[in-house]
Design a protein around this ligand. Structure first.
Ligand code: SF4
Ligand code: SF4
Length: 89
């Protein structure tokens, strides 16, 4: 994905062992017709393949998750201390 490569070129991500992004109820996603999370995330963290997959390793901590899901189904926190994204030019 060319856009993803362009965004990730400007960040370093120290990936934690565990995800900092969770679903409250994965079954809700099955009935979510538009699945906007697969569109609003700038680095494509969410993708649908039989169920909602979350590639938390690509999260650049833009903070859109808690606001973008129409069912308030995403729990997003910052990665634990020392992990996560660091921006550079
Ligand atoms: S927008 Fe929310 S409910 Fe819909 S698929 Fe994404 S996480 Fe699930
Ligand atoms: S915080 Fe931003 S970059 Fe991270 S998963 Fe949510 S929308 Fe994607």
């Amino acid at each position: 994905m060319e856009d993803l490569a362009r965004v990730l070129k400007h960040v370093d991500i120290k990936v934690a062992t565990d995800s900092h992004i969770y679903l409250k109820d994965p079954d809700i996603c099955k009935d979510c017709a538009e699945k906007p999370c697969t569109l609003f995330c700038p680095t494509g963290v969410f993708y649908w393949d039989k169920h909602l997959n979350i590639t938390y390793e690509h999260c650049i901590e833009c903070g859109a998750c808690p606001f973008g899901c129409p069912f308030n189904n995403i729990i997003w926190t910052y990665p634990p201390g020392g992990y996560g994204v660091e921006y550079h030019s």
